[in-house]
Design a protein around this ligand. Sequence first.
Ligand code: F6R
Length: 613
Amino acid sequence: MCGIVGYVGSKKACGILIEGLKRLEYRGYDSAGICVYHDGKLCIVKSPGRIAAVEKKIAGNVGIAAGTIGIAHTRWATHGEPNEANAHPHCDNAGTLALVHNGIIENYATLKQFLIAKGHVFRSETDTEVLSQLIGRFYNDGMRVLEDAVRAALTEVSGTYGIAVMSLREPDKLVVARKGSPLIVGVGSGEYIVASDASAIIEHTANVVYLNDNEMAVITRDGMRTMTLDNVPVTKEVQQIEWSLEQIAKGGYEHFMLKEIFEQPEAVRTCLRGRLDLRDMRVLLGGLEGVTRELVKTRKVILTACGTAWHAGLVGEYLFEDLARIPAEVEYASEFRYRNPIVEEGTTVIAISQSGETADTLAALREAREKGAMALGIVNVVGSTIARETDAGVYLHAGPEIGVASTKAFTCQLAVETLIALMLGRRRFMSQSMMEQYITGLAEIPDKIAQVLQQAEEIRKITEEFVRFDNWLFLGRGYNYPVALEGALKLKEISYIHAEGLPAAEMKHGPIALIHEGMPVVFIAPRCATYDKIIGNIEEVRARKGRIIAVATEGDEDIRRYCDRVIYVPDCLVPLQPMLTVIPLQLMAYYAALARGCNVDKPRNLAKSVTVE
Ligand code: F6R
């Protein structure tokens, strides 16, 4: 989604802003722009398309090259097509100020009408320009201090925003504010870098201040003041970003997605480190210490998330019921937040999110808390909004996930859910010997993922055989049904091949009509209690001349009789299987995208972090 970068200091702002935008590219965007103050002017350059187009346009622009304060933006179109006029920054009518904005101003139409009636002339179709004009109206109509005008305007708007504003009249100042859209301030020596995402800051400093919703900051070279939108001063703690610059680079891989697929053994190992106690055979989750007693007594777990994280939640539903014997259900965050859900006493809601900023997941979490649930988070990005708004939680420690298609966050989400379910299971009913089996099994997962990855070349060849087909099915049962959904999602979002994931037995209730000669059907069929049933489902597809690719347990030679191609994963306990069976499907999606010439790091219409609903 949209990205914000801002700089104030003694260095030339332009390079820092452009580099920052490039670090945010992975989030997805369709236009970009920059504003730098120099010599009494706000120098603004914008362009549809890539950041390179902006760079080309600013070559030779003396003002932009010389200034030491500025703001920049990558836009992911919501209101109005991606063209130069709609790109940020946006100004007020008098050209006194410039603003970049992430989020959506919901009442923009009413405000726009009001402003037009007062003589304002709009140059774009965006909701953002309404906000810049409104701030300008206050600023040029009596209010002489930028933060006062920003505050006054923000009280009039409804919706979500992360904004950075600068002005001609106070050229040493950036004013930033947030509500529902992340905003972080990097604190350097004599300089500040504002960004919507830590990856644009890390190159300059690891010291950051996370703004909360309804907070703003007034930043100059001499310091930063933070306050609520009601102008009550707040003291913010300077925190450390945990990630390094190397972690957000491609490290020799062609695409971030491939890098992150291959990082999974290490990511899961890091995620389990210190949490799996192999000496005393127990699970230690420091992040849940304060709530463990309450959690053990919980009557129901609701897992809420979107997309891939929702698929992890579906595995979680199985894990919590199976290993902890707690009734569990998974809810699409976007549905949960609007359907007036019943949250009974003793309910724990677990929000699962890589970014920790997904608008629907955050809103679902708030809804559940409002209704009295205890709220936990399974989040990757440290200090993100969801992480901060939960009562307790467990970080994934997967490292930064830049690839738009989520991969390593998914396997780490599964690892964390398993840890929580085991911890609760042991305290509720699980025998120590059973616990030991799981702990041993979980500790072996990183090496087993590495074994699956060794077959990448074989998986590439299999994928290329089938890649010309435009419709695929993914079928699984039990713990591998969510994996089927995830396999289908990965394939469609990266390669644009239409794919559906289903519980295998559901096929005969309708979707079987789709099967025709040659259609690729991927069965996730490792050894488990329903293995014979899934062989029956494979036979049904074979009878209709579909072509079958199976993901099966190593040593299962028998399954070859029914399938066209087999990809093997090491044996493991059934509840742990998804962490292995998903790996070939991630690789298939990646290789299918390559074979079809799709841009894996910038998939069509997709953004990494969906901070609008
Ligand atoms: C798919 C994908 C998305 C995200 C979803 C939730 O590959 O990445 O479906 O899983 O947008 O994002 P987070 O986990 O950041 O809340």
